[in-house]
Design a protein around this ligand. Structure first.
Ligand code: HEM
Length: 294
């Protein structure tokens, strides 16, 4: 079992507050030196870290299975790619700790890695999306979660993981203009009981995304969190996997690329970002970057 080698932020449950930060690699910067400095100082108790393809190439490394997030379109559904170099997903019990950890991370990443964007996330109710629907019910847990999320073999890669991060913006005014039955039909579950609706339309989100309906099954460990900046709001979608394929196959079906049916989510929400990262394994409370010869 490789769970003890995983970053604690990968499989850990989500509580309280989060902040999702994306960093670029500055042109001409010494990526190896900058990443080594960050890895020496970053405490994995603060949250999870992912490295994108531009950075892995920047340090002359290669992680099999890591690629850049693909941009594509389905009928009326636009999926953008905004691939970045480093993703840091901080967690904290309160805003004070979150602020302090963000400042520490920015300082550690220094001029080599300018901050591209950041969004504050939070737990809504008892783990609901801002639409009011419980999110994460069918996300694999226990040994199944470990098998789905963590890479089982490879020098310096055991216990590491891939992650897909995609920011969705919800039009809640539009969504809340629907009747309860229409909302339930868009998601494919009943909001009040969380019960799955067997005869939901094929466009219902859970009909598009049923993991066992894929060949092979498309399981992923979801750790999404709602976000709101007071003006806009949505879901910071976060899914871990031993490969990026499950996520990508589900997203393509959601966008209508399998059968022309677009997921009903696109009627009230749209993705505005998309990045893939490799989350290195942990060595104690530090990142193990031996797969990159660091
Ligand atoms: C606006 C963005 C999204 C919202 C609000 C959302 C919400 C939900 C909700 C409420 C459920 C049902 C409960 C559960 O099992 O968690 C669900 C299930 C699921 N979602 Fe999403 N989701 C979003 C985007 C995505 C994306 C981008 C993917 C992957 C490409 C995805 C994959 C899944 C999967 C695999 C399930 C479980 C399906 C099953 O096996 O029953 N979701 N989502």
């Amino acid at each position: 079992m490789s769970a003890h080698l995983a970053q604690p932020g990968v499989l850990g449950q989500i509580h309280g507050y989060g902040r999702s930060l994306n960093f670029r690699l500055a042109p001409g910067a010494d990526a190896k030196h900058g990443l080594g400095r960050f890895a020496d100082g970053f405490d994995l108790g603060w949250g999870a870290v992912g490295l994108g393809e531009p950075l892995v190439r920047g340090v002359g490394g290669e992680i099999p299975g890591l690629r850049t997030f693909p941009a594509f379109s389905g009928p009326g559904a636009v999926v953008p790619s905004t691939q970045q170099s480093i993703w840091v997903f901080l967690r904290a019990p309160d805003r004070t700790a979150l602020f302090d950890r963000s400042e520490a991370v920015k300082q550690l990443l220094g001029e080599a890695f300018p901050l591209n964007d950041a969004i504050d996330t939070f737990t809504y109710g008892e783990g609901r999306d801002l639409t009011g629907f419980i999110d994460g019910t069918e996300s694999p847990v226990g040994d199944h979660g470990v098998a789905v999320a963590l890479i089982p073999s490879g020098e310096g890669r055991v216990g590491s993981s891939f992650v897909a991060v995609q920011r969705w913006v919800h039009d809640l005014k539009h969504f809340n203009g629907h009747s309860q039955a229409e909302k339930d039909a868009m998601l494919g579950r009943r909001q009040d009981t969380n019960e799955e609706i067997e005869d939901a339309p094929i466009s219902a989100h859970v009909k598009r995304a049923t993991q066992e309906d894929y060949e092979p099954a498309a399981f992923m460990v979801r750790r999404s969190m709602p976000w709101s900046n007071g003006v806009e709001q949505g879901l910071e979608f976060i899914a871990y996997g031993a490969s990026l394929d499950a996520f990508e196959r589900v997203l393509r079906r959601m966008a209508g690329l399998d059968d022309g049916t677009v997921d009903a989510l696109f009627r009230f929400s749209r993705p505005i970002s998309g990045s893939y990262f490799w989350c290195p394994p942990a060595k104690g409370n530090r990142l193990d970057l031996s797969a990159l010869n660091l």
